[in-house]
Design a protein around this ligand. Structure first.
Ligand SMILES: NC(=O)c1ccc[n+]([C@@H]2O[C@H](COP(=O)([O-])OP(=O)(O)OC[C@H]3O[C@@H](n4cnc5c(N)ncnc54)[C@H](OP(=O)(O)O)[C@@H]3O)[C@@H](O)[C@H]2O)c1
Length: 317
């Protein structure tokens, strides 16, 4: 296996990375020189390519693959949100492209040099017809004791189900609060519930049946989020088992002055809703808010926001 990435990651892989999960499992991973590359090779043949850049870097990455990739390769797009595999198919005609959905959250802990799987969730890969057994075996080799691979015939439904969970990332960003603090604020939870209601209306209109990625089925999540604080803390305590300082990747990207994945998350819900004749005003307004923060010089010094203030800003009763 070869890794292609930024020098910082190649250094980390060379030194050895520990993989951990919330259940206390641990595994080591160390790449030897020659296993990692700073640039794409001039020809890539008979390879499975796990594409793990963000949606915002995907088009550029795919353009780099165009001249070097042979038609016997398989590309697995591992981006959150909607549209990654469709984009890859457009840029790489004739290449076998599959969508993968990572159902858990993974963060790099610099002080411990650990890649930490911080939430439940497995890895789902699109099952397109019948793959040759040797290909299926080769793809399944990525499976690990810390991440189980499941084949899924309706990966679009899995992508929507994961997107429902990711809608909260924008709220964590807009209110400038850690995820746990945000979840303890009923006003924030009511906004997240409204975002989810819109997504559920779009999936219902398209007859997409969402698979269960969490203990609470997708359709009940908004009701759980709207519970009063005392009841939410009792019934949804598992949702609060989060590192108190954890923030979403949208928040981190914003702080670093990067373009966020908002267009592929809340923005995609609003866009897909419009295509199906379902208005998604809250997802649209939240997308616009995040975009305005992307161009604001004050993003690093803005104060935290309460959920009720956000509701007022979003014209949400
Ligand atoms: N992390 C999670 O928990 C998680 C879970 C499920 C799904 N996802 C999805 O997976 C995707 C990746 O997320 P992530 O959190 O792993 O993002 P990330 O931490 O930003 O990792 C992406 C890496 O790709 C690098 N990169 C971008 N363009 C490159 C290029 N042309 N050549 C070489 N390296 C390049 C980035 O470097 P630079 O930063 O220097 O550009 C970065 O190191 C996203 O769509 C995300 O939504 C993430």
């Amino acid at each position: 296996m070869s890794f292609i990435g930024r020098p910082i990651w190649l250094e980390r892989l060379h030194e050895g990375v520990t993989l951990t999960d919330y259940a206390g499992n641990e595994a080591g991973s160390k790449a030897s020189a020659g296993d990692y590359l700073a640039e794409l090779p001039t020809k890539i043949e008979r390879s499975i390519i796990w594409l793990t850049v963000k949606n915002t870097a995907l088009a550029e990455m795919l353009t780099r693959f165009q001249p070097v990739i042979a038609s016997d390769c398989i590309v697995v797009c591992c981006q959150n949100g909607l549209g990654a595999a469709a984009l890859a198919r457009k840029y790489l005609p004739g290449i076998h492209v599959l969508q993968g959905i990572v159902g858990c959250n993974v963060v790099w802990n610099e002080s411990l040099k650990q890649l930490q799987k911080t939430t439940e969730g497995e890895f789902y890969v699109e099952q397109q017809g019948e793959l040759a057994p040797e290909l299926k075996k080769a793809l399944s080799a990525v499976q690990h004791k810390l991440l189980t691979l499941f084949w899924h015939k309706n990966i679009e439904a899995v992508a929507w189900a994961k997107l429902q969970l990711n809608l909260a990332n924008s709220i964590n960003t807009v209110v400038n609060q850690p995820v746990r603090t945000m979840l303890l604020d009923r006003g924030c939870r009511q906004v997240i519930a409204a975002l989810m209601d819109e997504l559920l209306a779009v999936t219902a209109a398209r007859h997409i049946r969402l698979p269960e990625l969490t203990r609470v089925p997708a359709r009940y999540l908004p009701a759980v989020l709207r519970l009063p604080d005392w009841l939410f803390k009792r019934l949804a305590s598992a949702m609060l088992h989060i590192e108190p300082t954890a923030r979403s990747s949208i928040w981190w990207d914003l702080q670093a002055g990067r373009v966020t994945e908002i267009d592929y998350l809340n923005g995609a819900v609003a866009e897909q809703g419009a295509q199906s004749g379902i208005a998604c005003p809250i997802n649209k307004r939240v997308t616009d808010l995040v975009k305005s923060l992307q161009t604001s010089a004050l993003v690093a010094v803005r104060p935290p926001l309460g959920g009720n203030t956000l509701k007022f800003q979003l014209h949400l009763e």
